[in-house]
Ligand binder design. Structure first.
Ligand code: CA
Length: 236
């Protein structure tokens, strides 16, 4: 069992130089990411809106639509505003860097860069995004996950969850919609090294859902894959 099989993160690379694109595709793929590619700003923006990747690597100098404009549009639309953007700048120019960060880019990497460094930056930006800051919380739809107080609030009201139910909810919410297999949940939530009975997960999931009223469907079953969090989910 590969831990990332059901939940590998997707990176969208928007870059017009074919050799850079191929270098990134190869290295990100090797690091376990699912990789999507776009060769110009316009199709990159369309792809970002359609596929909602976990991270976007965005070149500044692009045909059709420049990287700054792509970034501005991504960050000003509710659907894509939360996707972290790593900008590729032509050189380590402070001006470009500052402009990129002002546009809402989450990080930048100056060309020429080492593929290994870029992969590390992608991993770091994902880690940063998923770790709630001190006292911070993760808000997804009507749910709020507070790692500091170990609470989940639904429409502002604290849910009365057991420790296992909290960990189950937290694991799924932190994946933001990517499915997690029962085996991975048994390992990460229960700490079982050799999972034998995945029905344990179903039993606890049923109890968790029973506490969510009309929002039970937000913790959705994915046939053959496990469970996923779906902020807009309805009863299934
Ligand atoms: Ca370019």
């Amino acid at each position: 069992m590969k831990p990332e099989e059901a939940a590998s993160d997707t990176v969208l690379v928007i870059e017009d130089e074919a050799d850079v694109l191929e270098l990134l595709r190869y290295n990100l793929d090797r690091a376990g990411f699912r990789v999507l590619l776009a060769g110009d700003g316009r199709s990159g923006l369309d792809e970002a809106r359609a596929a909602r990747p976990d991270v976007i690597v965005l070149d500044l100098m692009l045909p059709e639509m420049r990287g700054e404009e792509v970034c501005r549009k991504l960050k000003s639309s509710g659907d894509t505003a939360s996707i972290p953007v790593i900008m590729l700048t032509a050189k380590a120019q402070v001006d470009e860097r500052v402009a990129g960060l002002e546009l809402g880019a989450d990080d930048y990497v100056a060309k020429p860069f080492s593929p290994r460094e870029l992969v590390l930056r992608v991993q770091a930006v994902l880690r940063r995004m998923r770790a709630p800051g001190p006292g911070g919380s993760l808000v997804l739809g009507p749910f709020e996950l507070d790692r500091g107080t170990f609470e989940v609030r639904l429409e502002g009201a604290k849910l009365d969850l057991t420790a296992i139910e909290f960990k189950l909810a937290a694991a799924l919410m932190e994946k933001r919609g990517a499915p997690i297999s029962r085996e991975t949940l048994l390992r990460d939530v229960w700490g079982y090294r050799n999972p034998i009975d995945s029905r344990t997960v179903d039993t606890h999931m049923r109890r968790l859902r029973a506490k969510l009223g009309p929002h039970a469907g937000c913790f959705a079953t994915v046939r053959g894959a496990g469970y996923r969090f779906d902020a807009g989910g309805t009863e299934d």
